[in-house]
Design a binder for this molecule. Structure first.
Ligand code: FEO
Length: 394
């Protein structure tokens, strides 16, 4: 992709990665991604905001050559993760006058990871500014989106926010700005669920800080830019601040059909009572879809058969992930079956310490469900509905 102009003398010079399907050997990328870097030409100085994932560095350098860039004065590193900073050594070598501008924590990580000499850095404090002549960069420290060293960069005169991963989406697309809001919201929800959700409380504070800034364009590090930024700001506000919905998420594994039958019964029962239910057979599900469902679920019911006295490994993986992304669920329960014994409930409960949930009594049965087991599942559905009503969830 060639350089694309956002507005006069500001260009997106990053790369689109159409074929990447996994991030950090963990996060599925069904729609690819992009690594957005931005060139800002001021009347006196030139700045580059972030770089690209190292395998795509030639795209960045070709774009800078196409624009006739002979000198860069500042390379801003909003975030030290290598998909934005991994080209640091090469960019500083090609543009030797450039200073690497970042937070003190980011500097330490970049030195540790890439061995960049100390003298190459210009550490900036929160709200510090750098003048490019007719344009001013303001740096807003915003730790934990989603690493401890992160900051946002605000271009005052143009009212453009460069927030790196915040407000981003893993989406390979040629549109410079969001043109398919539905597709973008799906991708942005996935990004939030998989990457930002554990840091909900920190993001709440950053959203408050951003209320002090007039923002015309949000130019994130992945996916298209937001020239109507209100919708993504509203979405983030809702994700981090709103109470969960009247929603139950049921991730489960079934080996011989008993747990699946229990899930089916519970889903029918909850649905009849007006609860929205999202079920995920973990043997066949995209974990990103599960993470997205957890964004506004009030209750998580984990379903597992017993394998060698404990939960099925697929369930253990999902429980570990759910614990890591720290959703705002308020209630949890466990259902499942065993053949001759086991400690599934204790094992799963020990895997989700980060979930600040009230545990609704589990239903663990022997063999295939029978009448008394169905009644126990009915009681579980009643208990979930009562808890949701008590909490005023809609
Ligand atoms: Fe897109 Fe946290 O790197």
């Amino acid at each position: 992709m060639k350089p694309r102009e956002l507005t006069k003398d500001i260009y997106c010079v990053g790369a689109i990665d159409w074929d990447r399907r996994l991030f950090d050997s963990l996060v599925p990328l069904p729609d690819g991604t992009s690594y957005n870097a931005y060139l800002i030409k001021g009347s006196q100085k030139t700045a580059l905001i972030d770089t690209v994932n190292p395998p795509m560095q030639d795209v960045l350098f070709d774009n800078l050559n196409d624009l006739g860039v002979k000198r860069i004065d500042y390379v801003v590193f909003n975030h030290a993760e290598p998909d934005h900073s991994g080209t640091i050594s090469e960019i500083l070598e090609k543009y030797p006058e450039a200073k690497a501008v970042c937070t003190d924590k980011c500097k330490a990580i970049l030195i540790d990871r890439f061995g960049v000499p100390d003298a190459k850095f210009q550490v900036v404090a929160d709200k510090e500014t750098i003048s490019l002549g007719d344009r001013t960069l303001e740096f807003i420290h915003a730790p934990w989106v989603h690493w401890p060293e992160t900051m946002l960069t605000y271009l005052r005169e143009d009212k453009i926010l460069f927030p790196c991963d915040l407000f981003a989406s893993h989406l390979a697309i040629t549109d410079l700005f969001v043109r398919n809001a539905e597709q973008e919201l799906e991708a942005a929800t996935r990004f939030y669920a998989e990457i930002m959700m554990p840091f909900r409380q920190q993001i709440q504070k950053h959203l408050e800080t951003l209320k002090n800034y007039e923002i015309k364009i949000i130019a994130p590090s992945h996916g298209p830019m937001h020239d109507k930024p209100k919708y993504i700001l509203n979405a983030y506000n809702s994700w981090v601040n709103d109470p969960p919905g009247n929603i139950v998420v049921i991730p489960y594994v079934s080996m011989h059909g008993s747990t699946r039958q229990m899930v089916a019964h519970l889903v029918t029962n909850l649905t009849r009572r007006g609860v929205t239910v999202k079920q995920f057979d973990l043997a066949a599900s995209d974990v990103g879809k599960l993470a997205m469902a957890l964004v506004d679920a009030a209750t998580i019911v984990i379903g597992s058969p017993t394998v060698l006295t404990g939960p099925h490994p697929g369930v253990a993986y999902a429980a570990f992930l759910a614990n890591a992304v720290r959703p705002k669920a308020r209630f949890a329960s466990i259902i499942g079956s065993y053949g001759w014994g086991g400690r599934v409930v204790d094992a799963i409960a020990a895997m989700i310490p980060n979930l600040r949930v009230e545990i609704i009594p589990p239903v663990i049965i022997k063999g295939y469900p029978k009448e008394a087991d169905y009644k126990a599942l009915d009681a579980l559905a009643d208990a979930i509905v009562a808890k949701h009503k008590e909490a005023g969830l809609k």
